[in-house]
Write a protein that binds this ligand. Structure first.
Ligand SMILES: [Zn+2]
Length: 389
């Protein structure tokens, strides 16, 4: 079907051109004959599978008029879908060179050319095309998004941030979220150098663009923690819980550390119990269990986890239960069989990835802020269910 469409496109283009020409200059016989020769030569090349020669001939023969411009775009898009980027490029470049095209078509040609360059990995040329369209009503936002894609690939975070004004003007939440992550990338570098003020300033900019960026709060908590400002760090961790309950289990351990420094362990466990009751997270359950054991002893803790696992079983929770059983049996006899079960569960859990991308479903044992598969930001979160949280 595609092949047929491909063959019909030049015919449609020629027809459009023919009709256009005929209505204006009825007796331009020479031009008609000239076209007829070029057209049939082009078609011959096409039929004998010499597509590059065919394109040269057809582009030369078929001038871009108002009624053939759509056919040119359709032909180029068809080439691109077939993976024939060089041919798509040729047609789009031909369109861009046409001085007389209406501004709307000219902008479309520049945008499509940018997309060709982007697909071919020619980032500098793609960047030039998209930059030309920043003020365009129809292609401004699309161009910004493609420029951000380029800067994400080349890790040119600052170049992305230079587009901030245009991004804010476009009021597009997705590109604001992307840009917030560009600030977080710069903040991560500054954090490694322990540049306190720089990190805070960068993260404030990130949160201004995306108040829901839990990554910005996570970095903010880290720098406060490094500088012994534990109260502020705790506030950041609480904000993360408000922003993203699914990501929260990964910060519980650090949050506990900060509360301990403030000598506010009870306050922490009250909060964690609330987290467990609201989300059912196994990490929160195991953390809360520490307090149950400390205050009421191992038997109460075992009762607590058993009833929790009956309500909502997870392998991670079961592993902890076996560990507690082992500690108990070790007092009476040796707990070899339980040890074997624990080893087995540990090996099983190690095989399982901990994170999944909420956008594309990519699984990973390591956490990434930008998904290695779909490149979306802040979408890798701990698994839920039996084998997860
Ligand atoms: Zn993804």
């Amino acid at each position: 079907m595609q092949e047929l469409l491909f063959l019909l496109l030049p015919v449609a283009m020629a027809y459009g051109w023919f009709m256009g020409r005929n209505s204006i200059k009825q007796n331009d016989q020479t031009a008609k004959q000239d076209l007829s020769i070029k057209y049939s030569t082009g078609l011959n090349y096409l039929l004998s599978n010499q597509q590059d020669k065919a394109i040269d001939y057809l582009l030369d023969a078929l001038k871009v008029e108002d009624d053939t411009v759509e056919a040119h775009f359709a032909m180029a898009n068809l080439f691109r879908r077939r993976g024939e980027l060089d041919r798509a490029l040729k047609v789009h470049e031909h369109l861009v060179r046409q001085g007389h095209l209406p501004s709307k078509d000219k902008q479309q040609a520049i945008f499509e050319l940018g997309k060709d360059f982007l697909s071919a990995g020619l980032y500098d040329r793609a960047e030039k095309m998209f930059t030309k369209l920043l003020k365009s009503k129809s292609y401004g936002l699309k161009s910004i998004n493609n420029l951000l894609k380029i800067y994400q690939s080349t890790k040119d975070w600052q170049l992305g941030i230079d587009l901030k004004k245009a991004v804010i003007k476009a009021k597009d939440t997705k590109s604001m979220h992307t840009l917030a992550n560009f600030y977080c990338e710069l903040a991560t570098v500054a954090l490694e150098k322990d540049e306190f003020i720089e990190v805070i300033e960068l993260l404030e900019q990130a949160l201004e663009l995306d108040p829901n960026s839990c990554r910005a709060n996570w970095l903010m908590a880290k720098i406060y923690e490094n500088h012994q400002q534990f109260e502020q760090a705790c506030q950041c961790y609480q904000s993360i819980y408000q922003q993203d309950k699914e990501f929260f289990p990964d910060v519980i351990e650090n949050m506990h550390h900060c509360y301990l420094q403030l000598d506010a362990s009870d306050e922490f466990f009250t909060f964690i119990r609330k987290v467990y009751e609201e989300t059912g997270s196994t990490t929160a359950l195991l953390k809360y269990l520490e307090q149950v054991e400390n205050k009421h002893g191992i038997n109460k803790a075992m009762e607590f986890i058993l009833s929790a696992l009956k309500r909502r079983p997870t392998i991670k929770g079961f592993k902890h239960f076996v560990k507690m059983q082992m500690a108990e049996s070790a007092k009476e006899s040796n707990g070899e069989s339980l040890d074997a079960i624990k080893e087995l569960i540990t090996a099983y859990l190690n095989m399982k990835p901990r994170y999944s991308c909420r956008t594309c479903g990519f699984n990973s044992s390591t956490h990434y802020w930008s998904c290695p598969s779909c490149h979306d930001w802040e979408q890798l979160k701990p698994f839920r269910g039996l084998e997860g949280e």
